[in-house]
Design a protein around this ligand. Structure first.
Ligand code: HEC
Ligand code: HEC
Ligand code: HEC
Ligand code: HEC
Ligand code: HEC
Length: 475
């Protein structure tokens, strides 16, 4: 704690010196535009757009874009940042989390006391569609022209109600890359590299954009969603969906947005495949090696990405004997919901100027560890243990790929302990059996039903269905 304070002071001194030389750390970000030149009245309420774009509205409502500013997790972190830097970061943080609040000069102050309802609506319809250009990617380099003109992806849109113009940017990853690339405003450390990792991946080469996975019916590729952009407009082969969802099932859940939380779980469960390799047999006293591999098959960026110094992804492995006694485990939660002896936590660890780990990215000037899984990349971890003398064969090996939006410790620190329980999402599962070397081959059947079992089950279901059908007909 004391070290954090010393760092904050150091950091402030640097900032003050830089301001004195008028190269202020937090105002001359690469690619940033002039803020504070628009009136909040220039922006239109989302309720107005809703009248005609009801579907887009319903999809966007409740997403993390909708909650980007009021999100309690963001609020808590921004509060810490504001205190640690004496308000120097208030505008910087708000740029992406309440862009209207910043371009209309309602932020600072960071406490939101001067904010109108419209800027509290986070990343909003009438912000995203009045972006009239950009000066690059990263740290919010947008050019904003609020008014009658709405820019978008439709080439020949002629609404009577407002002006509309096609802009290629809306169909490109660079659009998202304006905010989904966060660079430390002072030392240039890239703290959220979602856009750049995508840009260097096979997905960019194949022109599979953020929009293809996050704004269509697909999760891992483009899937058309035919329909109408407005109640009165022509039917089109594809209308983008505005339920832009990532991996956050925690905050939506506590805000009562079960629909979004469920979509995030779906997305996580489509992100990675898992493979488990165990020896077929092992006797008492024998050492066993278990290989668990995960491949990032579904995400067009690292797994996890975004604020990956806060996110946690890990493998949980549990081996039980025939009696259900646990003979090996790694990556389970202990009573305080900390992860117990996982081999690896797949995320990033940021370091401050003294090389100490920090979860506060504004304090960071280096990356101490990067254990994320790149797009289409595979990692393998090995678990080793000795079969106890008294273990009852066969042994069952279960392994799960787990994800949570933050450690319980951080959430207990930011909010009062016991306020929120951070849910663990099971992204994938694999299991296998280890037999005693003396078990004859024909007895080495897995406990899962197997083919014969499945056929019997299906026959049973069909029989029940026919029986029910007969009953109905007889009534
Ligand atoms: C994060 C920025 C963002 C927000 C917030 C947002 N949009 Fe969009 N919108 C886009 C992008 C990007 C596209 C184009 C996507 C593509 O090319 O696949 C788009 C497309 C559209 C289109 C064109 C038709 C279509 O769906 O393809 C309309 C109309 C539209 N948005 C209206 C809205 C309304 C109304 C809201 C608020 C309820 C809204 N948007 C919120 C970024 C946004
Ligand atoms: C009175 C009805 C109405 C209202 C209100 C309305 N729109 Fe539209 N808008 C339309 C129609 C109709 C289209 C044409 C859709 C098409 O061509 O498929 C359209 C098209 C669009 C497009 C597509 C532009 C393009 O070229 O890709 C965007 C973006 C858009 N509207 C944003 C908004 C936003 C943001 C609001 C709220 C500030 C809003 N609209 C309010 C009727 C409306
Ligand atoms: C104006 C800045 C801005 C733009 C433009 C923007 N985003 Fe976001 N986005 C944010 C912020 C800020 C959050 C995080 C809000 C929070 O969690 O408090 C976010 C959250 C998300 C999430 C949810 C993350 C999670 O953990 O579940 C996804 C997915 C996402 N954005 C994708 C996109 C895509 C795709 C585009 C381009 C079509 C885009 N965003 C454009 C600022 C932006
Ligand atoms: C090939 C499909 C695909 C592409 C392309 C893609 N995403 Fe994702 N995205 C996913 C999947 C699947 C997840 C859920 C797993 C995860 O968290 O990475 C996800 C998660 C996210 C998250 C939440 C991250 C977290 O771990 O908290 C954000 C933010 C996001 N995407 C933004 C983007 C942006 C911005 C782009 C473009 C630069 C993009 N995505 C491109 C599939 C994709
Ligand atoms: C250039 C745009 C940008 C800036 C500047 C920015 N953020 Fe974010 N922030 C994002 C995006 C995009 C996400 C979503 C990434 C994800 O979900 O993993 C996000 C997510 C977060 C989250 C996670 C929220 C959740 O519900 O899980 C926190 C906390 C956060 N930001 C705090 C801050 C603080 C504090 C600052 C200032 C020191 C800041 N951000 C500055 C774009 C930005």
């Amino acid at each position: 704690m004391r070290r954090a304070i010393t760092n904050a002071i150091l950091f402030l001194m640097v900032a003050v010196i830089m301001t004195a030389f008028s190269v202020s750390a937090f105002t001359s970000t690469p690619g940033s535009t002039e803020f504070g030149e628009h009136d909040v009245e220039d922006f239109e309420s989302e309720n107005k757009c809703r009248m005609c774009h009801a579907l887009a509205y319903t999809q966007w409502e409740g997403t993390m874009h909708y909650y980007a500013y009021v999100d309690p997790f963001y609020q808590a972190k921004a509060n810490v940042a504001s205190h640690e830097t004496d308000g120097m970061l208030d505008e910087f943080c708000a740029r992406c989390h309440t862009p209207i609040g910043v371009v209309s000069g309602e932020i600072p102050p960071a406490d939101g006391s001067e904010m109108s309802d419209i800027s509290k609506k986070g990343v909003h319809c009438d912000f995203c569609h009045v972006i009239s250009g950009s000066t690059g990617v990263g740290n919010a380099p947008f050019v904003v022209t609020p008014g009658k003109m709405k820019w978008g992806p439709i080439e020949e849109s002629r609404p009577a109600q407002h002006d509309a113009e096609y802009m290629e940017l809306y169909t490109q990853a660079e659009y998202c890359g304006m905010c989904h690339l966060v660079v430390h405003p002072e030392n240039g450390l890239v703290v959220d590299d979602t856009y750049t990792v995508w840009k260097n991946s096979q997905y960019a080469k194949d022109n599979i954009t953020c929009q293809d996975c996050h704004m269509t019916e697909g999760i891992t590729e483009f899937k058309a969603n035919p329909g109408r952009a407005a109640s009165t407009s022509p039917r089109r082969d594809h209308i983008s969906t505005h339920a832009i969802v990532g991996a956050n099932a925690f905050i939506p859940k506590i805000l009562g947005e079960d629909r979004i939380a469920k979509m995030a779980v779906d997305r996580l469960q489509n992100a990675a495949t898992m493979e488990l390799v165990v020896p077929q047999t092992a006797g008492a006293g024998e050492e066993i090696n278990i290989d668990v591999s995960i491949t990032n098959t579904g995400a067009g960026h690292n797994l996890p990405t975004g604020v990956s110094e806060i996110r946690e992804m890990w493998i949980e492995t549990v081996v039980t004997d025939k009696e259900g006694i646990v003979i090996y485990s790694a990556g389970t939660l202990d009573t305080s919901r900390s992860i117990d002896s996982a081999k690896v936590i797949y995320n990033t660890v940021l370091g401050d100027s003294e090389g100490n780990p920090t979860e506060n990215f504004w304090m960071a000037d280096r990356i101490l560890e990067d254990k994320r899984i790149g797009p289409k990349k595979t990692v393998t971890e090995q678990h080793t243990f000795v079969v106890p003398e008294d273990a009852a064969h066969p042994l069952k090996v279960d392994t799960w790929l787990n994800y949570r939006s933050a450690s319980q410790e951080l959430i207990d620190y930011l909010f009062d302990a016991g306020t929120y329980e951070v849910p663990v999402v099971r992204m994938n599962h694999a299991s296998s059996t280890v037999y005693h070397p003396d078990t004859p081959l024909e007895e080495r059947t897995e406990s899962t039903p197997g083919f014969v079992g499945i056929v019997t089950a299906i026959a049973f279901i069909i029989a029940m269905y026919m029986l029910n059908g007969n009953k109905r007909r007889n009534q």
